[in-house]
Design a protein around this ligand. Structure first.
Ligand code: A2P
Length: 333
């Protein structure tokens, strides 16, 4: 098979830029590259592998002759255009939005965890929510070794999860506070994030959980093939630029010692272990931004769940949490 012709929808966004970096870094084979965004960005030039690519406005002919289309331009754009790309133009879509993740005929894939699901696709594959991807990479080795009964997780999510404009807003707010230019204004995010945090990612649901917290519940269940797994998530936005963190407690079927759990994490694909309390060694966003793997540390035997474990993880939201995972799905295809 010859190299695919690739399109990126949302090429001017934070994940779009990361797609280009990851495709280049992994020497992803491609015959051609088409960059698509809203009419606002049409005509903008972006360099890739020494060539200048002009961004085009997404339109009816955008997917003509395209084999693989990466979508990261929000749920509305995916809902409207992904079926056109997949059905009308015959491209395989890897969609980063939440639009199709829970559809029965759309595989929701983290290749290290459920690669086999890819085979069932009918033109659209979904890339899971960023916090979910990081979490399942750490849950899977525990599930295999000791069985999983329930999960309690709190996230510490970077501005990058809300897109390039949120990252810009965090920088501008921080500058305003340091310059004494008055209170920071929030336009993209619901509240000022500089020197602050807020326990809300996405909108609230009737039961008091947010949509992001629901995504973690339902997507973890689908990826792990555990439709009854209880997952209590609390998702928090923190003033970190890129790279999410999570505090996780799990109830297991069988007990694991800390050393056994550390060995499982160290051997798991897509996971690195950084757990050295004697030297204050644990994963932090600054150290794992730009890194492919999710990093796990602070592993200890849980005090509330028995048997159970409590641990901490960090992973680059734009990379493994979005672009890298999508590119790995395309590689597996
Ligand atoms: P544009 O830059 O032209 O607005 P982020 O998540 O970082 O905010 O990026 C969102 C990406 O999705 C951008 O590339 C943005 O393009 C693109 N986008 C947003 N709305 C549309 C739309 N209606 N059609 C095509 N692309 C869109």
């Amino acid at each position: 098979m010859s190299a695919p012709r690739v399109a990126i929808v949302g090429a001017t966004g934070a994940v779009g830029a990361e797609f280009l970096r990851v495709l280049d870094e992994r020497a992803f084979p491609m015959r051609s590259l088409r960059l698509l965004a809203s009419p606002r960005s049409a005509g903008t030039a972006i360099g890739f592998r020494g060539e200048r690519h002009v961004v085009e406005a997404l339109g009816d002919r955008s997917f003509d002759g395209v084999d693989v289309a990466f979508f990261s331009a929000g749920g509305g754009t995916s809902r409207e255009w992904a079926p056109k790309a997949a059905v009308a133009a015959g491209a395989v879509v890897v969609d980063n939005s939440s639009a199709f993740r829970m559809h029965d005929d759309v595989p929701l894939v983290v290749p290290e965890v459920n690669r086999a699901a890819i085979a069932g696709h009918r033109g659209i594959l979904a890339n899971p929510n960023c916090s979910t991807i990081l979490l399942v990479l750490a849950l899977e080795p525990l599930r295999r070794a000791a069985g999983l009964r329930s999960v309690v997780v709190s996230t510490y999510q970077a501005a990058s999860g809300a897109g390039q404009r949120a990252m810009d807003e965090l920088r501008e707010q921080t500058r305003r506070v340091l310059a004494g230019d008055g209170p920071p204004k929030a336009e993209v995010l619901p509240w000022p994030l500089a020197f602050n945090l807020f326990p809300q990612v996405d909108v609230f649901q009737a039961d008091g959980f947010t949509k992001e917290e629901d995504k973690m519940l339902f997507e973890v269940r689908k990826i792990l093939g555990m439709p009854e797994l209880p997952v209590d998530a609390t998702c928090v936005r923190v003033p970190v630029e890129r790279c999410h963190s999570e505090s996780v407690s799990v109830q297991l079927e069988r007990a694991l010692t800390v050393d056994e759990a550390r060995a499982l994490f160290a051997a798991a694909p897509g996971v690195v272990l950084k757990d050295d309390p004697a030297r204050q060694g644990y994963p932090m966003p600054l150290d794992f931004a730009g890194v492919d793997e999710v990093a796990v540390g602070r592993v200890r035997v849980a005090r509330v769940f028995s048997p159970g474990l409590t641990f901490w993880l960090c992973g680059d939201q734009l990379k493994k949490g979005a672009a890298l995972n999508a590119v790995q799905i395309a590689e597996a295809l």
